[in-house]
Structures are given as structure tokens and as C-alpha cells.
Design a protein around this ligand. Structure first.
Ligand code: GRG
Length: 296
């Protein structure tokens, strides 16, 4: 398959649905809707919603069945980026190649834009049941799973431990906790959502769970490596911030060469997890391989 074409097609589809579901900039109060749209459409690879679609396809579903849930996950992801960039957290001026939300709209509106995107994501997920787009019980279970994944025992927990680990001595358990929660939890929720909405059975969901765990970890390791070896223009944000902030990362704990081997091992394991899907998981497989080559 032509992975770049696949990614571009899915990105276009996701962007068109995001545009349709988000309130227009002219909706009162305009400032918050402008800020929400600014950050959502500032760029971004759309990896999480693409993975939702690819997981659904692996389980025999289609992009149309899962598109709104996929977009909800991108809204949650964008909220985390807006809040992560705030002065109280990483204090970054650039994200996705553009000024960060708080630099353009001020801190208060940036905080609220993040809050609004998170809330809106759950509105979209709940609405799918009322409009009979998804089986109610399955949808409710999935909403519960997503809420847990991004809460204080998931993504937010990972962010808290990450912030608290700055300037502390390095420890493998802490590093694994941070990335299992800060990065892998949302990938897992995105991938599981695709499977659940497509009606996957237990065996399929377990395989997707394994894939997501290995993929999420490999993605984070490559992210840490890009913060050292990457090009800030391509990545769309400043590099070297982990070292500057004395962050606990895979390269700081294991060195860059071992980190590269670890990323490769995790991608191989992610691909092995897909065996039961056969050729239907081609997109998931190619996306995993591409992680090792990514430059942004
Ligand atoms: C503020 C609750 C809260 C959480 C913040 C997302 C996050 C947690 C921090 C951002 C810093 C970081 C390196 C997080 C790990 C996840 C990650 C690599 C995010 C960037 O994802 P990409 O590369 O971004 O998919 P795009 O812009 O392409 O969507």
C-alpha cells in the first residue's frame, strides 16, 4: 500500500469532519471558538484519529463508522498540547509550526480553549449514541474507557509524574509510568475505540491493546530522540527542551543508540501483535514501521 497516500486521504477526511463538527469562529463568544479552531487547525499529523480508523478497518469496519469518535480523540489530544505548552507547564512558544495558543489568545483563553475541546470531545462521543450511530452499551463502555485513559490515573497522571520528575534522579519505573500514561494511554484509547465501534471480538481487542502498548512506547522513544536529533522546522516546535528542562527521557536513561534499538524492538512487537488480522491490518502495520523513520 502507498502509506503516504493513505495518510493524506485520512487526514483530509478527518480535517473536513473536524471543520463540520466544531462551532464556527463566528459563534458567540467568538474568542474561545477562534482559539479552539486555531489550535485544532494549526497542523498536526492526525495520528490518533488515523489509528482509530486503521484499527476499525483491521476489524472489518469502515472509516465512516468511526469518524466522529476519531475526531473526538483528536480534540482531546489538541487540548493536552494547548495545556502542555502553557507557562505553568512546558512554557513553549511554538507548536505545530505556529505560535502556541496562549501566545496568540492569552493564557486565560488558552486554558479555556483546552477545557472546551476536552468537554466537546465527550459531547461528540455521547451524541453518537443519541443519533444511533453506535450501539449504546458499547459506546458507553468506550466513553468510560476514554475518560479513564485521559484522567488522573491515565494521561493526566503521566503528565503529573513527568512534571514532578524534572531535576530528579533517573529511574526506569518512573520513566515507564510516565510514558505508559502520558503518551500510550491516548494511543490505546484511540486504537481501542476503532476496534470497539467496529464490533471487534475479545481476541481482536486484546491484539489491538498489545499493538497500542508497543506502538505508544516506540512513538515516545522516537519523540525523545527527535528532541535531540530532530529539526525544529520539521517538528514544528523547539528541540532540546528535554535536556533544558532536565527531563527524564529514554535517551537520558539509556543513551541514544540503545533507545533506537528499544524503539525498533517495540515496533517489531507491535507488528507481531497484528498477526490475527492478516492483510486487513496493513495500514496499522505500515504506520508502525513509519514511526522509526519519522522526522516530525
Ligand atoms: C496537559 C493533561 C496534559 C497532558 C499533556 C500531550 C502531553 C501531555 C504533553 C506534550 C508533550 C509530549 C512530548 C507528549 C507526549 C505525547 C506526544 C508525543 C505528543 C505529540 O504528539 P504528535 O507528535 O503531535 O502526534 P501532532 O502535533 O502531530 O498532533
Amino acid at each position: 500500500m502507498d502509506l503516504q497516500l493513505y495518510l493524506q486521504e485520512k487526514r483530509n477526511y478527518i480535517n473536513s469532519v473536524l471543520d463540520k463538527i466544531l462551532p464556527p469562529e463566528t459563534t458567540y463568544p467568538e474568542s474561545i471558538h477562534k482559539a479552539m479552531r486555531y489550535s485544532v487547525f494549526a497542523g498536526g499529523k492526525r495520528l490518533r484519529p488515523i489509528l482509530t480508523i486503521a484499527a476499525a478497518e483491521a476489524c472489518g469496519g469502515s472509516a465512516d463508522n468511526v469518524i466522529e469518535a476519531a475526531c473526538a480523540l483528536e480534540l482531546i489530544h489538541t487540548y493536552t498540547l494547548i495545556h502542555d505548552d502553557l507557562p505553568a507547564m512546558d512554557d513553549d512558544d511554538y507548536r505545530r509550526g505556529k505560535l502556541t495558543c496562549h501566545k496568540v489568545f492569552g493564557e486565560a483563553i488558552a486554558i479555556l480553549a483546552g477545557d472546551a475541546l476536552l468537554t466537546y470531545a465527550f459531547q461528540i462521543l455521547a451524541r453518537a449514541s443519541l443519533e444511533n450511530k453506535v450501539n449504546n452499551n458499547i459506546n458507553l463502555e468506550n466513553i468510560l474507557y476514554i475518560a479513564k485513559s485521559v484522567g488522573s490515573q491515565g494521561l493526566i497522571g503521566g503528565q503529573v509524574v513527568d512534571l514532578e520528575s524534572e531535576n530528579k534522579s533517573l529511574n526506569e519505573d518512573i520513566l515507564n509510568y510516565i510514558h505508559k500514561n502520558k503518551t500510550a494511554a491516548l494511543f490505546k484509547a484511540a486504537i481501542k475505540t476503532g476496534g470497539v465501534v467496529a464490533g471487534a471480538n475479545e481476541e481482536m481487542l486484546a491484539a489491538l491493546d498489545d499493538y497500542a502498548q508497543f506502538y505508544g512506547l516506540a512513538f515516545q522513544i522516537t519523540d525523545d530522540i527527535l528532541d535531540i536529533e530532530g529539526d525544529s522546522k520539521e517538528i514544528g516546535k523547539s528541540v532540546g527542551s528535554d535536556e533544558k528542562n532536565n527531563k527524564l527521557t529514554y535517551p537520558s536513561l539509556y543513551g541514544i543508540e540503545k533507545s533506537k534499538t528499544m524503539a525498533e524492538d517495540n515496533i517489531n512487537k507491535a507488528i507481531e501483535s497484528l498477526a490475527i488480522f492478516g492483510t486487513k491490518a496493513e495500514a496499522l502495520c505500515e504506520i508502525a514501521k513509519y514511526t522509526l523513520k519519522r522526522t516530525s
